[in-house]
Design a protein around this ligand. Sequence first.
Ligand code: GTP
Ligand code: MG
Length: 198
Amino acid sequence: MLIKSAEFVESNSDASKCINTPLPEFAFIGRSNVGKSSLINALCNNAKLAKTSSTPGKTQLINHFIINKNWYLVDLPGYGYAKVNKIAKEKFQSIVTHYLEKRDNLRCVFILIDCRLAPQPIDLDFIEWTAQQGIPFIIVFTKTDKLGKVKLAESLTGYQRQLDYLFEELPNIIVTSSEKKIGLTDLADAIEQIINQK
Ligand code: GTP
Ligand code: MG
């Protein structure tokens, strides 16, 4: 699918305030600094669409963007980062959890994982929780430009082993780099496929 237009719609501090719409919605979720906002920008080919920062905790609200005038992309705060203070961490976590529990038009959640890290309990817990809620999700590895081929393959294998242990069927995985524009077509195609499932 070609992304022809991407426009900012609104920012909200709570899911109950978000736009009421039947249009399909897709959210990017993951720890602070994993690259959610950057990946949305890369996907939409607009570096200024979502605000990014090298300092964790940049995205603090639920941000809606309308794509091709017929579906929504949502940029969320991160759900945990050691260097973000405890109160902010809990606040972000509750925003994300409420959002996921409340959004009826949410069709799939992209759970972003930094390919450089060994599987983190916070990510695995979040993946399990999402699955338990019955929310469709796809795992997205980010920042793959930061690892060489061998290290990247090792990291992906390690993660797959963990997921194999948790799930009967291996969840879908997309490998990306916003920097090198890797995996963007896979992301867009996955979204298109889900939209067309209806
Ligand atoms: P919060 O809004 O704080 O939750 O973070 P986020 O997940 O939205 O991360 P963001 O997109 O702001 O990116 C965090 C940092 O990682 C920035 O300095 C980005 O430039 C960098 N970054 C993001 N994606 C990539 C990537 O694919 N490759 C590289 N090398 N750096 C990246
Ligand atoms: Mg962000």
